[in-house]
Design a protein around this ligand. Structure first.
Ligand code: EPZ
Length: 434
């Protein structure tokens, strides 16, 4: 497992371009299975999860070619097949092939989808939604076979606004007969991006971004060209890095309207920032790291537009240096505090009570050898290392590679001193000699 060596205590300063959104590009790659045409996807981040999703598509005979951050997907030979369960098991998002394959071929086989160990992550909401359209679900030894004689539109009520279930339903209903109305839909910006892509293919989806989405089924969908939205979680992670390390960070392409809950929390913590809402060329967020320690906060994670669970570990790292006692309650996943023990090794004072973390701010964190326990926890450990005094080693950085494009490289361009060491301790992309 590779690791990052971080010399902490340095101010961050400068400008960085936000990459395309992981949680938008993954469903959009899956949605390309809805057509037998060719799709061109722009602003694609180079992430391990993207590479895995592309290998799932290739298992289904999609021909993939890259040109810098642009993907060309030739879907003319797509046929239903059972992708290699080992590949499916690498990421949770592989379950997103379910909707498009069901919509196009009326059958799909998915594995017991993998991903970070932040919770049990069942599929019951996906299945309940698709069964309304006429799908039948057969459990297999390691996964599920889902099929339908025909898919007919209907009224679907999600018991919880599941992002993935909303996405699978949108994709299947796009090729169903008649109209589908989805109630209690997820309202995340990534849903809006997916609907935008399907509509560019000739789909008829309205209401995406609200909790009631209407999908008029069509007979077929064509190829399309589409540009992925900027990553709001990468944006939030770099904002918290700026808040913890001082200095002025200019995040080009960041969409303030996608980060309202986080910006509100940062404002309450005494962090100042400015922003511009515009098209991808004009929009930005600029943060001026707080002079002193951040003020304490009471935060509960929630579905969008509430405080995002994917920003919870990063905020906990910031609040471990706050001026008082903060409380963070996690309401989306049942196992998303595994990073707390790693932060405590660095001197943080945190107690877990049920699904809440009670954080008593300390004046400093000290460098230590710690582990990334999942994707966002890994990012939080890097932020803690940047703010800590001394050297921090973050093990298992492969987790971070799943969701951040060149994370260490971007931070080093902003003044951080991070060195990547391979399994043999050889340096990769270090600024200073270790
Ligand atoms: C998406 O996961 C994101 N992943 C997650 O980001 C994100 O944390 C999550 O939405 C919530 O915003 C991608 O988009 C690839 P859910 P998803 O279905 O779709 C339960 C990251 O770090 N649930 O909204 O899997 C589930 O167990 C990742 O980028 C059921 O009970 O999330 C969880 O507790 C982590 N039954 C809650 O709902 C179901 O059938 C939210 O899950 C489906 C979900």
């Amino acid at each position: 497992m590779e690791r990052l060596l971080i010399n902490g205590g340095r101010k961050l300063d400068g400008e960085v371009q936000i990459s395309g959104a992981k949680n938008a590009v993954l469903p959009i790659l899956a949605a390309s299975l809805l057509t037998n045409g060719c799709c061109v996807i722009k602003n694609v981040p180079k992430l391990d999860d993207v590479y895995v999703m592309l290998s799932v598509l290739e298992e289904l005979s999609v021909r993939v070619s890259w040109q810098r951050n642009e993907l060309r997907l030739d879907c003319s030979r797509v046929a239903p097949a059972a992708p290699n369960p080992e590949i499916l098991g690498k990421i949770r998002a592989s379950n997103l092939i379910l909707g498009p394959l069901l919509g196009r071929f009326k059958e799909a086989e998915i594995g017991a989808c993998g991903g970070c160990s932040i919770g049990s992550r069942p599929m019951n909401l996906h299945f309940a939604a698709l069964e309304v359209l006429g799908a039948k679900v057969l459990p297999l030894e390691a996964g599920y076979f889902v099929f339908a004689k025909a898919l007919r539109g209907g009224e679907v009520h999600l018991a919880f606004p599941s992002v993935g279930a909303t996405e699978n339903l949108l994709m299947a209903a796009s090729l169903a007969e008649g109209k589908t109305v989805l109630y209690n839909a997820a309202t995340e910006p990534e849903i809006v991006d997916l609907a935008g892509f399907i509509n560019a293919m000739g789909g008829k989806i309205s209401g995406a971004g609200s909790d009631v989405i209407t999908i008029e089924g069509v007979k077929r969908l064509g190829g399309a060209e589409y540009t992925i939205m900027p990553d709001r979680i990468e944006t939030g992670t770099l904002l918290v890095a700026g808040a913890m390390c001082g200095g002025r960070l200019h995040l080009s392409g960041a969409r303030p309207e996608h980060n309202q809950a986080l910006l509100q929390a940062l404002q309450q913590a005494g962090i100042s920032f400015t922003y511009n809402i515009g098209d991808s060329k004009e929009s930005f967020i600029e943060i001026c790291g707080c002079a002193g320690r951040p003020l304490p906060l009471q935060i509960t994670t929630a579905s969008y537009p509430g405080f995002p669970t994917d920003m919870q570990p990063q905020l906990a790292a910031m609040l471990s240096l706050s001026q008082g006692q903060s409380v963070i309650c996690e309401r989306i996943f049942e196992n998303r505090f595994r990073f707390v023990d790693e932060l405590k090794k660095m001197g943080a004072s945190i107690q877990l009570r049920g699904n809440c973390a009670i954080i008593d701010g300390v004046t400093r964190l000290h460098g230590m050898s710690v582990c990334a326990t999942d994707l966002r926890a890994g990012a939080a450990m890097v932020l803690a290392g940047l703010a800590a005094t001394g050297r921090t080693v973050v093990e298992q950085v492969e987790y971070i590679d799943r969701g951040y494009e060149d994370f260490a490289g971007k931070l080093n361009c902003l003044g951080a001193d991070i060195c990547r060491l391979d399994n043999f301790g050889n340096e990769k992309g270090c600024k200073l000699v270790v």
